[in-house]
Design a protein around this ligand. Structure first.
Ligand code: MN
Length: 740
């Protein structure tokens, strides 16, 4: 009893200290009332969560305190945001109601907490994550603070993810890299994005992560010495310029180093720019530009710049508002060093993005990039025709990752389109009707194909005709969500028209069976997994689905259609699976654990997209028709699957005894083409030297170099690494990598 009391008191102390830490981290000025309100919010949350604990065993209240602290410290939110962060899980998990919050803190706080609660509710339900994300964005245009607090919430959950079960970790990491990291990027929350990606990598590729972290740590001293040597002569000259500044070396994130290793196909030791040097200048607004260029000229006086490596994001900021001068110079010992030059204001915006942007509104001469972006988000959300998954895909493509191009109308008006937009996108951008009836397009007075990608400054003229209408292949000639949504909805109309006959057919059949139409239709849609009746009618009309086959699955019982419960494989889906020819049937089934138990009880197979091997991190995905598919955690499809079908993810791992099983690995070899001997050399090495079987080999050559894709039969990742090493050692081979 006594020890328990001591425990409670100690815990109390920990919580109180955390709260004080939060108060100290608040950067904005507050009056008495703000302080009182924050304290009150804290006490409400403390009481409400009194009996709850985190997975780690910590008192639950530490989570909202930590989230509020991230909001204060790393985003710079004021009292309202902090109060909302403290209360963000209260309505969801406890007895406190929204109206109590409104009475205490006013309507604004209640609204934000409500937004956060709705988001959480959506997450807990087993609905599609895409649907949830749509909600995230709808609240974003309402009050951006909802999303900023949600980001802080996600960041704290990611930081403490170690206590979760593996499959939940994977799912949350996938969602984070798929949605939250790009959104953080778009909102200019650079530090969030970097930390998100690092934390995701720590989960999906933990070995590589630890490895790089270790190497970074080992080389830390060297790096610091080098940075000092690089900076010293710069300081002398910068001091002469007469303004305040800070200069320091900044390590790059583990994720970005890994990215370099992967994309440039180099070893850690070959990645030179493990850090960047940053110069941050403190000058009044009117001196920003000139001071940055002065600093630039100091840098390039002292260290030789590399031609073409100057990036001027001060004159034209990035579309997420990022402003900075970047250059790469040759430092001591001939090493390339990236130098970033910016002002305190630019630095704050570059790290806190949208959150800092309000503070400096009107200071920068640049157009308001966030306002413009939010307008486009608004437009995407208000577009009703896209379903949630299409919406998410469009949104990622068009709103999160794209820059913009300036296009001129024949009258000389400027229109802003996402980079990568085509001539046909432009037609839809101007007006839906112009898009629908577009017959030909001229760019800079020349006729162009509809799919022509537009460049900055292009001038466009669209011609239309009344009887023209969109067709399926227009989807391929457009890239913007707007145009594609319009084309899809036109196609849907068309499908509907064509499906009329299928509908009649089905109606007649159900009438003959003397069952009620609506109810039976709903059951058929459910059993055959149709999203809408239009698709079913269309498939019946076009005989894609045989109506006789449909009714093989049902019988009539007491005037109602009933599903026959025997297991059933969709014939056409089965055919689809067979068409995607599996290159080799593994000699014996690999032995796996799914959710910690033997996988024998399931139907399962390895995914062809990423060909997992024993030694790879894996997970299982429950498919509609072919049981479990086993993917690598790093599979390029994994993020998409986890985000949209997170509830179908199961954790999986290899069992020890897979020595008798054959697996497939695909590798890419790039080398210098030394004549017809290349293929023999490679196949000799693999078959004779290593004693392995080649499944398939595709080789392509161009101007003295070749690229070879090779599928080999293999036992595990260790053996694969050995193969890669041994091929790398051959003459004329420049890189050997496993394909994702
Ligand atoms: Mn939370």
């Amino acid at each position: 009893m006594e020890t328990f009391l001591v425990g409670v008191q100690e815990e109390h102390k920990v919580v109180e200290t955390a709260y004080e830490g939060l108060i100290q981290s608040i950067r904005v000025s507050m009056d008495e009332k703000d302080r009182k309100n924050i304290r009150e919010a804290y006490e409400i949350a403390l009481k409400a969560h009194a009996n709850q604990r985190r997975k780690s065993g910590d008192p639950y209240i530490l989570h909202p305190i930590a989230v509020a602290r991230i909001c204060a410290e790393e985003i710079g939110l004021g009292p309202t945001g902090i109060i909302c962060a403290l209360l963000h899980d209260v309505v969801e998990d406890t007895e406190i109601t929204l109206s109590e919050i409104e009475n205490k803190f006013g309507v604004r706080v209640a609204k934000i907490v409500d937004g956060l609660t709705k988001l959480d509710a959506a997450y807990n339900a087993e609905s599609h994550q895409a649907e949830n994300f749509k909600k995230v964005l709808s609240t974003l245009i309402d009050d951006v603070r909802v999303v900023l607090i949600k980001m802080a919430d996600r960041l704290h959950n990611m930081r403490t993810l170690g206590f979760m079960e593996r499959h939940k970790q994977l799912k949350i990491a996938a969602e984070t890299s798929y949605i939250y990291a790009p959104l953080a990027h778009r909102l200019g929350l650079y530090n969030f994005k970097t930390e998100f990606l690092d934390l995701c990598m720590k989960i999906t590729d933990s070995e590589v992560y630890q490895n790089i972290a270790k190497k970074l740590n080992e080389t830390k001293k060297d790096r610091e010495n080098y940075v000092n040597k690089f900076i010293a002569p710069l300081k002398e000259k910068l001091n002469e310029l007469g303004f305040a500044y800070r200069i320091f070396g900044r390590p790059k994130s583990i994720y970005s180093i890994w990215n370099k290793i992967r994309t440039k196909k180099v070893e850690f030791e070959e990645v030179y720019d493990l850090f960047a040097v940053r110069i941050i200048i403190d000058v009044p607004a009117e001196k920003e530009r000139i001071s940055c260029w002065q600093a630039y000229s100091v840098v390039t006086d002292v260290h030789t710049p590399i031609a073409d490596r100057l990036k001027d994001w001060i004159t034209t900021p990035k579309s997420n508002g990022y402003e900075s001068l970047h250059t790469t110079v040759i430092g001591p010992g001939g090493r390339f060093v990236e130098v970033q030059i910016r002002t305190e204001r630019m630095d704050e915006i570059s790290e806190k993005g949208y959150a800092a942007h309000w503070k400096y509104k009107g200071i920068s001469s640049q157009p308001d990039v966030y306002e413009r972006w939010l307008d486009s988000v608004r437009e995407t959300i208000e577009n009703p025709s896209a379903n949630a998954i299409e919406f998410l895909v469009d949104f990622r493509a068009n709103s999160l990752f794209k820059e913009e191009v300036y296009i001129y109308t024949p009258k000389g008006d400027v229109q802003l389109l996402p980079a990568g937009s085509t001539a046909l996108d432009f037609a839809f951008h101007i007006h839906t009707d112009i898009g629908y009836h577009c017959t030909s397009i001229r760019v800079n007075n020349k006729l162009v194909p509809f799919g022509k990608v537009l460049k900055n400054g292009d001038q466009i003229q669209v011609h239309t005709a009344k009887n023209q209408k969109p067709s399926e292949d227009w989807l391929k000639m457009t890239t913007t969500g707007k145009a594609q949504a319009k084309i899809r909805s036109a196609m849907k109309e068309e499908r509907k028209r064509k499906g009329e006959i299928g509908k009649e057919y089905l109606e007649r059949k159900l009438k003959n069976l003397k069952v009620e139409f609506e109810e039976s239709l709903e059951l058929i849609l459910k059993v055959f997994d149709y999203k809408s009746s239009v698709d079913l009618y269309f498939d019946i009309a076009t005989e894609t689905r045989d109506i006789q086959d449909i009714f093989k699955r049902f019988h009539v019982d007491a005037g109602k259609l009933k599903e026959i419960s025997a297991p059933f494989v969709f014939p056409e889906l089965d055919k689809q699976a067979a068409d995607k020819k599996t290159p080799v049937k593994p000699s014996e089934k690999p032995k796996l654990l799914v959710n910690g138990e033997s996988a024998e009880q399931y139907e399962y197979s390895l995914a062809n997209c990423c060909n997992p091997l024993p030694g790879d991190d894996i997970f299982a995905f429950l498919t509609h028709n072919v049981g479990l598919k086993i993917h690598r955690s790093s599979c390029p499809n994994a993020a998409h699957l986890m985000v949209n079908y997170g509830y179908r993810i199961l954790s999986a791992s290899w069992q020890q005894s897979n020595a008798e099983v054959n697996f497939i690995a695909e590798i890419k070899i790039i080398g210098v083409d030394s004549g017809p001997g290349v293929i023999e050399q490679l196949s000799h090495q693999i078959s004779s030297q290593l004693g392995l079987n080649i499944r398939s080999m595709a080789i392509e050559g161009d101007e003295g170099y070749f690229e070879c894709r090779l599928k080999i039969i293999i036992k595990n990742t260790d053996q694969l690494h050995m193969v890669i090493k041994s091929l790398q050692a051959l003459d004329n081979i420049s890189s050997v990598v496993r394909l994702d």
